[in-house]
Write a protein that binds this ligand. Sequence first.
Ligand code: PRT
Ligand code: MG
Length: 227
Amino acid sequence: MKANDMITLALSKGRIFDETLPLLKAAGIEVLEDPETSRKLILPTNHANVRVVLVRASDVPTYVQYGGADLGVTGLDTLIEHGGGYANGVVAAGLYQPLDLQIAKCRMSVAVRADFDYAAQVKQGARLKVATKYTAIARDFFASKGVHVDMVKLYGSMELAPLTGLADAIVDLVSTGNTLKANHLVEVERIMDISSRLVVNQAALKLKQAAIRRIIDAFEAALPAAR
Ligand code: PRT
Ligand code: MG
């Protein structure tokens, strides 16, 4: 088989891998190794010409944009941050976004300590100290509201920032709300709903049209809206 017949799909371990498996199955593709037990970063499938590469969630758009993978599955949050914000729409050159896969759903929200009067601070025009991993989304959101912010970039455990005085507010993903609750934080604004998207390298789509189309079509047919 020629190397350029190979289809490479980039996934991250955890919820994205787990929730993409049923879609792959609908496309007749089965991953032959379990990423939780295997140390391999390239996983074979039951199709000799389809393989899965495991990358960090935030690296999926990069792999697909630059052709390290033909397709990938990534959260809208990660996709927007990769594109530098949503003020100009969700764009990244060479990245085709054919499908909302409706998996790994959550929302991007603003949260504060239960004893912090967010509404009053915003109304007074106070400068807010905001801690987040999602600086582009947070910047665009507060700019659209005309709220001035000092941004503190964090890489994890955002919930700790308001509890330690590092920030007034956080911008983070919320699913059940249990993490906020456990840390005495309350959600004060919902910025956007988040789900995972299929992303495709535009050049690969042209070169491997038939094989990639087959996967996109099978994923699409397996989505809840199509049923
Ligand atoms: O974890 P790592 O640093 O390796 O990377 P990552 O966090 O980018 O990857 P991963 O696998 O954790 O998340 C991948 C994608 O899943 C994200 O980009 C989102 O699009 C989506 N997703 C869906 C979530 C959640 N739900 C979610 N609840 N990502 C993270 N969370 C976290 C959230 O940040 C918070 O800490 O879970 C906590 C809140 O959950 P609840 O249920 O307590 O509200
Ligand atoms: Mg995570």
